[in-house]
Design a protein around this ligand. Structure first.
Ligand SMILES: Cc1cc2nc3c(=O)[nH]c(=O)nc-3n(C[C@H](O)[C@H](O)[C@H](O)COP(=O)(O)OP(=O)(O)OC[C@H]3O[C@@H](n4cnc5c(N)ncnc54)[C@H](O)[C@@H]3O)c2cc1C
Length: 147
């Protein structure tokens, strides 16, 4: 059930490299005296440096070195660590899931930035079995069908 409705000038969806860079540049280029109300939604409260994950697997860097806390690098930005459920471009609103008890929040915006990344397609040429994806920290160890 929708419990609230919050309006923002700019709503950025996704807290990966694209979302974080876009937010920082937007804040940096504000005109003097301008105070944009910027919000970012991401299911993770950190930006993950994928490029360092091989080193993490090799144990030359630790997991805490490949994550950047969003609230630290984006001060004065409203951060929603939630799942994006629906994007309604026509009515300029985004519905997010808050927690496990089914509560929803509706965010409205003047400008929307879509930076929710992409999904990896490993359906061809048995890639699924030979090339497991590694975009999350939860399963850092490769699982190659028991090999
Ligand atoms: C192992 C590995 C190594 C890499 N090495 C390099 C490298 O050396 N150099 C290089 O240039 N690139 C590298 N890349 C690629 C690079 O990491 C990606 O191109 C980059 O992360 C894409 O950034 P993005 O912001 O578009 O997407 P992402 O980083 O995927 O960010 C998307 C964000 O949106 C959030 N999100 C998505 N859907 C939802 C939803 N429904 N609700 C809430 N939040 C959501 C995600 O949680 C995430 O925070 C590597 C990638 C991998 C996997």
């Amino acid at each position: 059930m929708a419990i609230n409705n919050l309006a923002h000038d700019v709503l950025i969806l996704g807290g990966g490299h694209a979302g974080v860079r876009a937010t920082r540049e937007l804040i940096r280029h504000q005109r003097p005296g301008e105070r944009l109300d910027v919000a970012l939604v991401s299911r993770d409260n950190v930006e993950l440096w994928h490029g360092l994950m091989p080193q993490m697997l090799a144990n030359t860097v630790q997991p805490e070195h490949v994550v950047v806390p969003l609230r630290e690098v984006l001060p004065r930005v409203s951060i929603y660590v939630d799942e994006i459920r629906e994007i309604d471009l026509e009515h300029r609103r985004v519905t997010i899931d808050q927690g496990t008890d089914g509560e929803e929040l509706i965010l409205t915006y003047r400008t929307l930035v879509l930076a929710i990344g992409s999904t990896i397609d490993l359906t061809r040429r048995s890639l699924q079995r030979r090339a497991p994806t590694r975009q999350e920290l939860e399963q850092p160890t490769p699982d190659l069908d028991g090999r």
